[in-house]
Design a protein around this ligand. Structure first.
Ligand code: NCD
Length: 318
């Protein structure tokens, strides 16, 4: 593999600190892996001998599986650790867990944690590369990258597109990473949500804010729906899920206001009948939700590949 001067980071902690060139580099490399993943023989030996630990302090199905497959397809040894169920329960701190794993010389730690900033803190304590797989409501960089790859492959570009990010933006690290990425790549970003679910710093993030789906979706190229994250709500942000669906659910009627070619996206897991109508979610002509899942593996392979290339033969031992 050739060197990749466009991406020379030690960790992937967030989209906010990346440049357009770095994002484009990650997407270009991921594009190549999409083809590899469609072949019967999907495996290479690029990361043979490397160890990737998935350290998840929060539940996850698709992100954890996706990283596990990505590591395995590149020939790395991948290990999963769900911490909610083990040492944390016994009082071990985040840093103790990190130091324990660090002693086993992992080359990459893929970390998900319920607190914003926890993954960065951990990255300062370990020698291997750290990938943020979601920290609180802060960032989820690989999700934004796979969303960008999906859009770029379907519509040919990101620049100049109008993207409506709809729903529970307040609790969503997916929204935050996407807002950064789309702004960096020159798209126009709208946030469509009830006032209670718009973060207080939204204007500073460089988005246009709408509280009405019809207005927010007008002429949008992309309609990105978000899950209503009820597990993060300790108070009443929405009157009821039925009311929420009536005003902020994506239906064919509301979708009429977007561009005719507009794509429907959702990071999953979906609450059918809460933020999105089931039929719309399953519409093979409009919804790219399963394509997002497919491309997620390729994006994670690209992240592992580029982080390891950036470190060259730097050993993690000693
Ligand atoms: C998201 C997450 O965990 O942040 N899911 C995912 O990674 N695909 C979004 C969500 O939980 O709603």
């Amino acid at each position: 593999m050739t060197e990749s001067p466009a991406f020379a980071r030690r960790h992937l902690l967030g989209i906010e600190e990346l440049s357009a060139a770095e994002i484009a580099c990650l997407l270009d490399v991921a594009d190549g892996y999409v083809e590899q993943n469609r072949r019967p023989d999907k495996k290479t030996a690029l990361l043979r001998g490397r160890a990737v630990i998935n350290l998840f302090f929060e539940n996850s199905t698709r992100t954890r599986t996706s990283f596990e497959l990505a590591g395995k397809r590149l020939g790395a040894d991948t290990i999963n650790m769900s911490v909610g169920a083990s040492s944390i329960k016994k009082g071990e701190t985040l840093i103790d867990t990190a130091m324990t794993l660090n002693a086993m010389h992992p080359d990459v730690l893929v970390v998900r944690h319920p607190d914003s900033g926890a993954v960065k803190l951990l990255s300062e304590k370990v020698r291997g590369a750290v990938i943020n797989a979601g920290d609180g409501s802060h960032e989820h960089p690989t999700q934004a990258l796979l969303d960008a790859l999906t859009i770029r492959r379907r519509l040919g570009r990101l620049e100049g597109l109008t993207v409506a990010i709809c729903g529970d933006v307040l609790h969503s690290r997916v929204a935050r990473s996407n807002i950064h990425l789309l702004n960096i790549m020159g798209a126009r970003v709208r946030v469509v949500a009830p006032p209670t679910l718009v973060p207080s710093d939204a204007e500073r993030l460089g988005v246009e804010i709408f509280h009405d789906m019809r207005k927010g979706l007008k002429d949008a190229d992309i309609v990105m729906m978000l899950r209503l994250q009820q597990e993060r709500m300790n108070g009443s942000y929405v009157p009821s899920t039925r009311e929420y669906f009536r005003f902020f659910g994506l239906t064919y009627e509301v979708l009429e206001h977007a561009r005719p070619h507009a794509l429907i996206m959702h990071p999953g897991p979906m609450n059918r009948g809460v933020e999105i109508d089931s039929e719309v979610a399953d519409d093979i002509h409009r919804s790219v939700i399963l394509e997002q899942v497919e491309l997620g593996v390729a994006v994670r392979m690209a992240c592992l590949d580029l982080l390891m290339r950036a470190r060259g033969n730097e050993g993690v031992a000693a």
